[in-house]
Design a binder for this molecule. Sequence first.
Ligand SMILES: Nc1ncnc2c1ncn2[C@@H]1O[C@H](COP(=O)(O)OP(=O)(O)O)[C@@H](O)[C@H]1O
Ligand SMILES: [Mg+2]
Length: 312
Amino acid sequence: MALTGLENNDLKLIIFGGKGGVGKTSCAIATALALSEKFKTLLISTDPAHSVSDCLEQQIGFKVTKVAGTANLSAIEVVADEALAVFINEHEAELKKLLDTSTNLDNQDIEEMLSLSIPGIDEVMSFKTIIDFIEEGQFDKYVVDTAPTGHALRLISSPKLLDEWIKVAARMRWKYRYMITSFSGSYQPDTVDTFLLGLKKTVKRIESILRDQTRSEFIPVCIPEAMAIMETGRLLSDLGKSEIIPRQIIVNNVMASDGCDFCKRRTAGQLPYLKEISESFSNLNKVELPMFSEEIKGLDALDKLKAFLFSE
Ligand SMILES: Nc1ncnc2c1ncn2[C@@H]1O[C@H](COP(=O)(O)OP(=O)(O)O)[C@@H](O)[C@H]1O
Ligand SMILES: [Mg+2]
């Protein structure tokens, strides 16, 4: 079977996720390469390990970079810390005013607070970067390579987290607003309110695209091994809780060899796991990829993988 449906014009966002080392980066790049033959495609890596540069054998980094050797593929490796620094820099005035009007912190406390790292901020910033790209609309397809499972899930749940913060901030503001209203009789929304409203809209936009199966698709990558299968099961169940229902799954590193004894044993050893994958994930279209004799590095190797991903 091949990956299907990715060429639908409405489908913008394609996210690859799964356990470490199962082939997410290789599959994300190969898919982006295939799509870039017909669509202007942006490959986005949110993995702090940034193996996209290594796999493409080209330096990418935190700016949209044309992938050499392709006509229509660009790539970017999101650095969450930098994305956060840009965000704080852009909204410094509102953030400071929020803390200043709603807390008893003095200026120095506020400076320190803004420099603190907040749990989950990485994923929130990564997803905000992705959604900003989609809304700028410079590309037809956005293919996302994530870090291992936990990260993909945190990425998916990042709008919820952002929403929690907005609620806390809004509660803090409520007291401020109450005070102003009781002193002056009325309250005019200010820049902080506009800022919080803007963030709230970002949350809504992220949630609406993630839950819209015509606009986004999550593709889990698995290998025929016990731990990978268990992790895929957990991933699918957690995705389900966020109303994200994958349609297809990539089963990578499948051996089919009647060659040497070692290969025969590895091939036979995978059979029960392949059966388990078929049974456990029976509602998903399965795309099997062979285990290649060489690692997948450089455009030629990626082209080979692409051919397996997209040919029946
Ligand atoms: N089908 C395959 N055959 C051979 N090597 C593979 C295959 N798929 C992935 N690899 C190799 O396995 C390693 C991990 O793959 P990668 O795509 O980086 O996984 P992930 O992003 O899930 O950690 C890489 O060295 C890659 O070249
Ligand atoms: Mg990777």
